[in-house]
Design a protein around this ligand. Structure first.
Ligand code: DCP
Length: 243
């Protein structure tokens, strides 16, 4: 349908339970159209992770509404909602087990071909294949210890194999070098052509070719537009570029 992968925030405010002081998200409104890639940038503590966690209802809005595919997330069956959305969290959550078990997690019926395809897009296939036991290599205790960047790439492959309608990457390429990150983004364009992507990042280079970029500061949207527009008009964006 035409609304597949559409996300709308309407006057969303959010405070963590029991927290005092200003809300973490303040009166945030935004529409992300199906298939768009939207970058979210802002300094540490700006509220980026909090914002995206409201979409799969890891937390609920304090006021306002979020709609996915034109339906209020509060009216979705939570399990169905979460099946549409893959979040690659900032801190990866790989477990002790083989590489293939880790990538297949959440999509138990994935074929080897699907797993290898997702891993290629995530730039993980080559280093996995170079292990003597390949995809059967055990991770963690008694097995191989991956580097931070390799763990992030396996986590991305895990999200991709689920073929979500909405893919949320929460600063999950911070330990991946810029050239590899750029190849992942290029491959993603083809692999996830109709997928709505939210891309949280610290570096401007990670979001500069997104369809739209949101600049978040203290829980508020202080800039919105393309890279070129923000360079001209958004002071916070210019500061992030120079930092
Ligand atoms: N916060 C909180 N309780 C949590 C998580 C966060 O009170 N369980 C607070 C800490 C910050 C604010 O919410 O003041 C926003 O935190 P986020 O993690 O959402 O901010 P960012 O994702 O923008 O920060 P970073 O880039 O460091 O991940």
């Amino acid at each position: 349908s035409l609304s597949k992968g559409k996300i709308e925030f309407e006057n969303v405010s959010f405070s963590y339970k029991g927290a005092v002081g200003d809300p973490v998200i303040k009166n945030f409104s935004f529409t992300c159209l199906p298939g768009q890639t939207v970058g979210i940038i802002g300094s540490t503590g700006a509220g980026k992770s909090s914002l995206i966690q409201l979409i799969p209802r890891f937390y609920d809005v304090t006021s306002g509404a979020i709609r996915v595919n034109d339906i209020d997330v509060k009216d979705w069956d939570v399990k169905e909602l979460r099946e549409k959305i893959a979040v690659v969290p900032q801190k990866n959550i790989l477990f002790t087990g083989t590489v293939i078990e880790n990538i297949r997690w959440g999509k138990e019926d994935a074929t080897f071909e699907e797993i290898a395809d997702a891993s290629k897009v995530a730039e993980a296939h080559d280093f996995i294949s170079a292990f003597p036991e390949g995809y059967e290599t055990r991770l963690g205790q008694g097995g191989v210890n991956l580097s931070g960047g390799q763990k992030q790439r396996v986590s991305i492959a895990r999200a991709l194999v689920r073929k979500p309608e909405i893919l949320i990457l929460d600063d999950c390429t911070s330990a991946v070098d810029v050239a590899t990150e750029s190849r992942i983004k290029e491959s993603l364009k083809r692999y996830a052509e109709n997928t709505t992507c939210l891309l949280i990042a610290q570096r401007i280079s990670s979001v500069m070719d997104a369809d739209q970029i949101i600049v978040l500061e203290n829980g508020e949207m202080v800039g919105y537009g393309h890279h070129e527009e923000l360079l001209k008009s958004c002071k916070v964006y210019q500061e992030i570029l120079q930092s």
